[in-house]
Design a protein around this ligand. Sequence first.
Ligand SMILES: N[C@@H](CCC(=O)N[C@@H](CS)C(=O)NCC(=O)O)C(=O)O
Length: 199
Amino acid sequence: MSTTLTYFDFDGSRGLECRLALAVAGVPFKDVRLSRAQWLELKPNTPYGALPILEVDGQKLAQTNAILGYLGRQHGLLPADPWVAAEHEAVMNSVEDLRVKMPGRPDMTDEEKKSAREEFSAGWLNTWGNTLSARIRGPFLEGEAPSVADVKLAVILRAFRSGAYDHIPASRLDAWPKLIALADAVNAHPGVVRYFASR
Ligand SMILES: N[C@@H](CCC(=O)N[C@@H](CS)C(=O)NCC(=O)O)C(=O)O
């Protein structure tokens, strides 16, 4: 089986989620990293005009959560119970919500962005953290078995912890120790450790 993951040359966001899911699954894959110019050339011929794209034996799949769902079902990284698996997919969709709802339109002044992000952090983000934290059995969502939703959470936590969202402190998610412990457990997974060591 030949597997390729195409994304930008950047260790974060949706591309990293898919790369780490493949790493946790133990699937060898070609890690294609495009420059901006290469992307603009490829974009018109891609399924939804966006990355990442997973290619398995010549078939292409776009949309991150569909890719993660496929990898989860194919490699035992989603719970066997369909209801519980759907709950994990809800978690993954909530991470996409977080990305989309994060204030920061290009036309905002820095003051407006600061105020909108502070309000978001105290409101929507606070509810999100409480909801997720209550759902985590520990260390992973479902206990000892990691899922693609755990991987996705670890990647968004990595973004927060690196200070990627200005005006939201990098320590913001430390308010939820179960979320931090989940991310630490994903980062300590042998597949993830091997992936970063090989970079
Ligand atoms: N809903 C899509 C969104 C994909 C998306 O927006 N990807 C960004 C990178 S994270 C992208 O391709 N941006 C370049 C572009 O849209 O031209 C998904 O979840 O995969």
